[in-house]
Design a protein around this ligand. Structure first.
Ligand code: NAP
Length: 278
């Protein structure tokens, strides 16, 4: 019988631990403030920003929400980021992605001061992860490490396969698994005979961005499967990159969608905000 890795429960545990830390920091006179910038009114982004605001309020972090119009220029956005970089009251800055077409996402990310880049996307933080020094780690992959550790899944020495090599999920995920002493292979759209590789995995992380891409034919019996994808299926129901019904019975543990990786991303953002002050 397989185990369902409960991201809702684990993210709640993390938020409760952080709430205690924040109240201890407040007792020492230290406040935490996160600035969140949203450009345009994309409904999904508005939901994500709302969730971040709610999590901040729960933990005791002040949130400053900047809702800029769709037609905001690159210069206007960069000016706001620079202003927040220089504001001592602000500990963390997050620019909600995606941004409208007229804005160069990478320039915006690289303009955020690395010590306030709680999303961990700035090159300095990515470089720190690469060489194993201190820095912010991007939230979805670090949330996955927490899911594995808090569910008692051993990473050290295990064969880990990551499907996907994006800068926000696949690449940092692979580096984190390596940091935990996993033996890591990365698959992508040019990988040949992908099933031969994924079938060797003790831990398979799927961040391919395609609904129900992975089924039981991709996995070794008893593997641990982590599903990063979020999609709506034909019936408008949420689903992941993994076909849960077909795959789960062949795993030892698996994350569901919803309620797996998703809730961890916000919890780890809160973790990064708190560590920016600690
Ligand atoms: P992405 O930027 O689209 O990257 C997808 C990756 O999958 C790419 O590296 C691509 O390879 C690879 N790929 C595409 N088709 C493939 C194939 N047929 N075989 C093997 N590899 C293939 O996506 P992402 O931003 O990493 O996100 C992945 C998924 O996670 C999406 O569903 C996204 O919505 C979800 N997500 C969830 C959270 C959360 O909080 N739960 C956070 C972020 C993302 P190439 O590099 O060769 O193109």
């Amino acid at each position: 019988m397989y185990k369902i890795i409960d991201g809702k429960k684990i993210s709640q545990e993390i938020k409760d631990e952080l709430k205690e830390k924040v109240s201890a920091l407040k007792a020492e006179g230290k406040n935490i403030c996160l600035a969140v910038i949203q450009v345009g009114g994309d409904p999904a982004s508005s939901v994500y920003v709302g969730n971040k605001k709610k999590a901040c309020a729960y933990i005791g972090i002040e949130s400053l929400i900047y809702e800029l119009p769709e037609e905001t220029t690159q210069d206007e956005l960069l000016e706001l980021v620079r202003k927040l970089n220089n504001d001592n009251k602000v500990n963390g800055i997050l620019v909600q992605l995606p941004l409208p077409k007229q804005i160069d996402e990478n320039e915006v990310i690289q303009t955020i001061a690395p010590e306030k880049d709680v999303d961990g996307f700035n090159e300095k933080n990515v470089g720190a992860l690469c060489v194993g020094s201190k820095g912010f780690v991007s939230c979805t992959p670090s949330g996955i490490i927490q899911l594995l550790k808090r569910s008692g899944v051993e990473i050290s020495g295990k064969r880990c396969v990551v499907i996907g090599r994006s800068n926000i999920v696949g690449k940092p995920m692979s580096l984190l698994l390596l940091r935990e002493n996993g033996t890591v292979t990365i698959c992508h759209s040019r990988t040949e005979n992908i099933k031969e590789i994924t079938k060797q995995a003790d831990i398979l992380v799927v961040a391919v961005g395609k609904p129900k891409f992975v089924d039981e034919t991709f996995i070794k019996e008893g593997a641990v499967v982590i599903d990063v994808g979020i999609h709506r299926d034909a019936d408008n129901k949420l689903c992941g990159d993994v076909d849960f019904e077909r795959t789960a019975p062949h795993t030892s543990a698996i994350t569901p969608v919803p309620g797996g990786v998703g809730p961890m991303t916000v919890a780890m953002l809160m973790y990064n905000c708190v560590s920016s002050v600690e």
